[in-house]
Design a protein around this ligand. Structure first.
Ligand code: ZN
Length: 385
């Protein structure tokens, strides 16, 4: 599920360094006391405050612990000391480190490229210094699983790259580019399914821009219910590309339909108390108990009272705003379609398109209007003009 971002217009993003490196804070939601690092692939050097601890070694296995505002580095037999910054540097290319959190205890994960460990309010701060596409591959798997079509992975890769470039300075004041949580993009390290990295490589450098060459807000959701929404109806901000489209590809997919039952009294009280909806007027009450959306509506509206459906969705934790309501005994049934905010790409619809043979270009042009897919290096070129 995609988070809501309200920043629609972007200033120019940070320009990536020559090797397209991003700094991702991993396990960003945890207070980490200790962790072990071991080499999975390649040879690494370890530096403590820029001084060499271990050199060009393929069997590194170190435990790092936060001690006040320092990082203590130990192996089974040696204490190497305490440092402000510990750096794991891949001496070749394509290196991988195994990271196992000890406290708190978490399952081991494998991360690409380099690592920088410092402290932050007495805990360890782990930054994965990764090549952009290695990071994108991890995001693609975290956002779309291991059982999608190759073409769908390409779509998701281009959107993840677009998002990453648009938000490189999201955590700049905290000293990194992006976090590994849904706040930015979910990232759990190297994908388990090897094929994903190949698909990411096939879209190398590609990003989506609007007609003014601004990176788009790469919004996507699980299922549109058959019609996506306009950004102004969900976020209150108009864009040239997040436009409502009729999406038959999402029909009959797993998250196409949902249902929710609620006591009539609870529903009417909610409308009255939260929205001052006139439930005492017979026609307004009737509408609240028999509400139809053949195409998406934005409000439940009676006697000049407009109840925003997005608020109803949020308050009642419904899967979407695209629902009908009917009476069933002393209950109302919400008969809903779709899952998510319904902006931009429907993941299930896009998946279906790729299964029917549509290319990533066709999928992106279907769900985002007036866009271009261009190379991010060209974007920098145009910006410099
Ligand atoms: Zn974040």
């Amino acid at each position: 599920m995609k988070k809501l971002f309200l920043i629609i217009s972007f200033s120019a993003p940070l320009i990536l360094s020559a090797q397209d490196i991003v700094y991702i804070k991993v396990f960003a939601h945890l207070k980490i006391e200790s962790v072990t690092f071991s080499v999975e692939k390649s040879t690494y050097s370890v530096l403590g405050d820029e001084k060499s601890i271990l050199k060009n070694n393929s069997s590194i296995m170190l435990k790092l612990t936060a001690v006040n505002d320092s990082v203590e580095v130990k192996s089974f037999e040696t204490v190497y000391g305490r440092f402000k910054t510990v750096r794991f540097a891949d001496e070749n290319s394509g290196g991988e480190m195994k990271i196992k959190l000890i406290s708190p205890d978490r399952k081991q994960r494998i991360y690409p490229d380099n690592y920088v460990v410092t402290t932050e309010t007495g805990n360890l701060k782990l930054l994965n210094e990764a090549k952009l596409d290695a990071y994108i591959a991890g995001v693609v798997e975290a956002e779309s699983g291991t059982r999608s079509t190759p073409e769908f992975y390409k779509v998701q890769a281009i959107l993840a790259r677009t998002f990453a470039l648009a938000h490189l300075n999201k955590h700049l004041p905290e000293g990194f580019s992006l976090c590994d949580q849904v706040h930015c993009q979910a990232y759990y390290g190297k994908p388990r399914f090897e094929g994903i990295s190949e698909m990411v490589a096939e879209t190398k450098g590609k990003v989506v821009v609007d007609e003014n060459l601004n990176l788009i807000v790469a919004a996507f959701h699980s299922n549109s219910g058959g019609q996506t929404a306009n950004s102004e109806d969900v976020w209150g901000t108009r864009t040239s590309y997040l436009k409502s489209v009729n999406d038959t590809f999402s029909l009959r997919m797993p998250n196409y339909k949902w249902e929710r039952k609620m006591a009539i009294d609870d529903w009417l009280s909610y409308l009255k108390l939260k929205h001052k909806y006139p439930i005492d007027e017979p026609s307004a009450k009737e509408l609240a108990l028999n509400f139809k959306q053949d195409t998406r509506k934005i409000f439940l509206e009676a006697s000049n009272v407009k109840v925003p459906l997005k608020n109803v969705r949020q308050d009642l934790q419904l899967k979407s705003t695209y629902f009908n309501i009917y009476k069933d005994g002393d209950s109302v049934v919400f008969e809903g379609k779709g899952y998510g905010h319904s902006l931009g790409m429907s993941q299930e619809g896009a998946m279906r398109m790729t299964k029917l043979g549509y290319t990533y270009t066709e999928v992106l042009n279907f769900y985002y209007r007036n866009i271009q897919i261009i190379d991010m290096n060209k974007l920098a070129f145009f910006r410099d003009e």
